[in-house]
Structure formats: structure tokens, C-alpha cells
Write a protein that binds this ligand. Sequence first.
Ligand code: ATP
Length: 266
Amino acid sequence: PSALREVLIEVPNVRWDDIGGLENVKQELKEAVEWPLKYPKAFQRLGITPPKGILLYGPPGTGKTLLAKAVANESEANFIGIRGPEVLSKWVGESEKRIREIFRKARQAAPTVVFIDEVDSIAPMRGGEGDRVTDRLINQLLTEMDGIEENSGVVVIAATNRPDILDPALLRPGRFDRLILVPAPDEKARLEILKVHTRRVPLASDVSLQELAKKTEGYSGADLAALVREAAFVALRRAVSITSRDLVEDQAEEFLEKLKVSKGDF
Ligand code: ATP
């Protein structure tokens, strides 16, 4: 059934502004992906060859998927996102077929950003066991990468938490030859991420995002997003339990007015 699953073309709505911190990474992606997709003629004229493949690596939950979606959106490109494990099939030939289909769709819909999350699961280091399914998959992926023509408007971004176990053939020139580290957020980046995630959350005046950023050493972007979500729920429960006794329809405005996330909710 996996071969029958449609390859979905998306138009993501993530903007650069939705990503906290990672300023250098954003800049690098603008130059390596956004500019070539938006101004192919300028690149041609100057004889600059943009990368076909970019590998984002770093710890989980740091925004790799978000970055790939943002760069597609900001480049006015289509987006095809797949996770490595979902390509794996026990049926002979199915996985390769799916990879071919993904790239066929990508060319058809160009400009397209193809995003392969958890790429290590389809392209781990070869040898030893001689896993032939993996061999064929890697070869199919390499064939597709090699077949991407310059200025065809197809860019592949892959992501992994385990760059150390990737097949080195993937990292050769003309393939995933641009490696970009997506690091865990430092205090400043955590503050930026908290700002993004509280943009539409009413905060009581006792909440200090600076203080929260300081206290959340070791949190990833995904952890921080979850923290804000949970705090909002705590606020909701508190407000509902306080007001439900005397809440009547015409007090709804007043109720909403009081509904704020306070320091103690985090
Ligand atoms: P994984 O390695 O687990 O696939 P990832 O690096 O691809 O993770 P994302 O899926 O991009 O991480 O992030 C998960 C969620 O965490 C995002 O949807 C977002 O809500 C939040 N998040 C992570 N990093 C950031 C960031 N830098 N700014 C804002 N939100 C972030």
C-alpha cells in the first residue's frame, strides 16, 4: 500500500519570523536555497552553482523541519516532505519506486523543496551486513540527486540527528555537499523561541520571558513550544474553575479578559 500513498505537494505557511534564533542558519538557507530559486538568472550569469542538496544536522526538536518549510515558503516554492522510515517498504522495489515518484513530482511542480527527515534511516552507512534494500535505496536516491539539473528548481534538504551514521556517498560534491548545523538553542535563542510561541498568548504582567529563557537550559525549541502550550492549559483550567460558578453569558467578555497566562502557570 505504501506505493499507492500519494506524494503530497504542500505550500507551507511557516515564515522566517516563526523561527526563533538560528539567525546564521536562516541566512545560509536564504543564500543557498531562496536566492537561487528566486533569481536563477543572476546565478547563471555570475556562474555560481547553487547546491542541490543540503544536510541539516543537530539534536531533535531544534527546528530542522520548520526551516525547510520556511525556506520553501519564502522562496515561493512547493514543498514535498517525507520521513525516511515511511519510504521503507518490505516489498521489493516499492521504496525505490516511491523515491522515483517523489522526484518526478518535484520536477513537475518545480520550484520545489524536497525535504527528507530522518534521512539516516534510508541511507545509513553501508557494508558489513550488506543490507541490499538499503543499498538499492541509497543508489536510487543518489541517481535522483545526480539527475537534478542545474537551475531545474529542485532542491533537496535532508535532516538527521545522526550525521555520523550516514553513508558518506551522500555527502560527495553535487549531492548533500552543504552541511549545516542546527544547534540546540542558547539563552538568547530560547528567548526568541519563547517570544514566537507567546505571540498570540495573553501574558500576565508577572511573566518574564527573560527569566524563563534563563531557567530552561537544555530545552529544545520543541520543548519550549510544549511548555507554553501546557502553561496556557493551566491558565485555562484555573480560569474555568474560578469562573464557572458564576459565569453567565454576558460575563464572557469579562472572563476572557481575565484569561491570562501567569508566571505560576509555567
Ligand atoms: P526532529 O529532529 O525531531 O525531526 P526538528 O529539528 O525537525 O525535529 P521541528 O519539527 O522543526 O524540529 O520542531 C518541532 C516543533 O518545535 C516546531 O513545530 C515548533 O513548534 C518548535 N520549534 C523547534 N525549534 C524552533 C525554533 N527555533 N523556533 C520556533 N519554534 C521551534
